[in-house]
Design a protein around this ligand. Structure first.
Ligand code: B12
Length: 490
């Protein structure tokens, strides 16, 4: 029997559970291997914990999840690879077992991270089939998605996307999910994987595939039940956009309702402003949805087209009206500064948001450039150099965009941050990081106020917890329909 140690090096707070390791441990066990978890998230002294673990365990393979390569937040630009490199070095002190990396963030920068950290392998995409293959001693050249060293440098195999309908319902028994719930306020669950969108900046299709692969709704509900049995009743869906396709979103809601779970749980999700209908809104509310974070990106039609979105500002307006009609707490996430952005398109968007009044508006300025995206190709064609006025962050020696590099339209430049601050500063609906004020904002990378609120009993999506503490509301209750709507949400 092959022993595989699965390591979580993510120490950001509030703590988000590495559900990948829960899923991968199930797959390893099903294939006859023995998974073990070494979770460094809550370690007081992570180096001592690594040493102590390997003093008494001798795995055949070590898997480390790299969920984030950086925090994707212009105001902080926190790059995590130096820390992962230290963790890999610390593991090497205790074992000769090969170290393999995987994860959503890793998948977009697999070769760069492999080289940077000194690990042995990196896996692009799904790990459920690949990790048992590696544990079983498969030849590197035969393992889908594997990036590995050769005599001449690096080689990489094309990923294969697993059929999620064939993966048995998950046990959720390997991580300390209760502690993550106590200290992180939510538990993640996927209802599908992959995205067929064409957004020019988004790396999701690289790490998850460009076809939506659906999980049977009954498996989603079984997983919710497995978590509920552990006292966990508030979830965050891990789909890039829940309503793509809308038929699956409706099927999942119907399954939750018919299973009788709806009154006992609350859940949050990301969604696209379109397609969104009264019927879906009604089903979501009845299935326990407590809030939706719409990745709207923009309110200007030209910018929406430039960003590769397949909806219009009219959809953005209509979806807000539907949410208000159904009493849904909702957020619109904006991504400002993309190619062609002007002060006019920014102020038009902010004004639209004020008018249609989401419960919260997340304002991100600066678009993180990820390798393999349309934006990265455009920037490469322009030239990646400090003389390109659109580029910010780590520009030199960073051709694969591993270190955080951001695009801001030269027409607005960094001055747009103050411009936006002036437009929204007294309006509590807007979550926006001015350059000199990072704390207390909607960066979930070491967010003190959020950690305190969760310790005081708040549960749910972080933007909604921030809203509740800002509006002086108590921790939320189940079912969400028992609550009075928020101040801006009538
Ligand atoms: C839902 C979500 C959130 C939710 C999490 C809710 C919850 N309770 O789980 C919230 C809103 C809290 C959140 C916060 C953040 N997020 Co987020 N999030 C996501 C999202 C949509 C899903 C993540 C997920 O859990 N997927 C499901 C699991 C099963 O997939 P997975 O981890 O990728 O694992 C699979 C494979 O990667 C692989 N795998 C994983 N590990 C390993 C290990 C080995 C050895 C192997 C072989 C394979 C393997 O196998 C797994 C199963 O197939 C992703 C985008 C995406 N579509 O993945 C972004 C994403 C991970 N987030 C991202 C970011 C930046 C953040 C924040 C830093 C944002 C911020 N500044 O606040 C924070 C960080 C929070 C934290 N403490 O880590 C980025 C990371 C980008 C990067 N390159 O680093 C992503 C990719 C989105 C993006 N911008 O493209 N997030």
């Amino acid at each position: 029997m092959t022993v595989v140690t699965l390591i979580n090096p993510n120490r950001m707070k509030p703590a988000v559970a590495p559900i990948a390791l829960d899923y991968l441990a199930d797959s390893l066990a099903a294939a006859g291997h023995q998974p073990e978890i070494l979770d460094l998230c809550f370690s007081k002294d992570w180096r001592a914990d690594v040493d102590e673990y390997f003093a008494s365990h001798s795995p055949d393979l070590v898997g480390m999840t790299v969920r984030n390569t950086d925090d994707c937040y212009f105001a902080s630009q926190d790059f995590f690879a130096p820390f992962y490199k230290e963790v890999v070095a610390q593991i090497r002190r205790g074992t000769d077992a090969p170290i393999v990396l995987g994860g959503a963030g890793l998948s977009v920068a697999a070769k760069g991270m492999l080289e940077y950290t000194g690990a042995d392998y990196a896996v692009v995409g799904d790990g459920e089939a690949v990790l048992p293959m590696l544990a079983g001693g498969a030849n590197a050249a035969s393992v889908p998605g594997l990036v590995y060293r050769t005599q001449h440098g690096f080689a990489s195999n094309a990923p294969e996307w697993i059929d999620l309908a064939q993966v048995p319902a998950r046990s959720r028994k390997w991580l300390d999910s209760r502690r993550y719930f106590r200290e992180g306020g939510q538990a993640g669950i996927e209802t599908k994987r992959g995205c067929d969108g064409k957004c020019t900046y988004c790396a999701d299709p690289i790490g998850k595939g460009s076809v939506c692969r659906l999980r049977p709704p009954s498996h989603v509900v079984a997983e919710m039940n497995a978590l509920l049995e552990q006292g966990i009743d508030c979830f965050h869906l891990c789909d890039a956009e829940f309503n793509m396709p809308i038929s699956h979103a409706q099927a999942v809601c119907r399954e939750i309702i018919s299973s009788g779970l709806a009154g006992r749980i609350r859940w949050y999700t990301y969604a696209s402003p379109a397609p969104f209908t009264d019927e879906l809104a009604d089903l979501m509310v009845r299935a326990g949805c407590a809030g939706i974070d719409f990745g709207a990106d923009h309110g200007d039609d030209v910018m929406l087209r430039t960003l590769g979105r397949n909806f219009t500002s009219e959809d953005v307006r209509r979806t807000a009206e539907i949410c208000h009609r159904h009493g849904i707490t909702f957020m619109y996430d904006l991504l400002l500064g993309g190619p062609g952005e002007t002060f006019d398109s920014v102020s038009r968007t902010i004004n639209l948001m004020k008018e249609i009044s989401p419960s919260r508006v997340g304002v991100s300025v600066g678009v993180r450039i990820y390798n393999g995206t349309g934006l990265a190709n455009m920037v490469r064609a322009q030239g990646v150099s400090t003389s390109n006025p659109a580029l910010h962050g780590a520009i030199e020696d960073n051709d694969d965009f591993l270190r955080p590099m951001y695009f801001i339209s030269p027409e607005i430049g960094i001055g747009v941050v103050d411009f936006i601050t002036a437009l929204v500063k007294d309006d509590p609906r807007f979550l926006h990081a001015s350059m000199d004020e990072i704390d207390g904002n909607y960066n979930y990378n070491d967010n003190g106020p959020l950690v305190q609120a969760i310790a005081a009993g708040h549960r749910g999506a972080y933007w909604d917890i921030l809203r509740r503490i800002n509006e002086g509301l108590p921790p939320s209750v189940n079912p969400p329909s028992a609550e009075k709507p928020g101040k801006f949400n009538r």
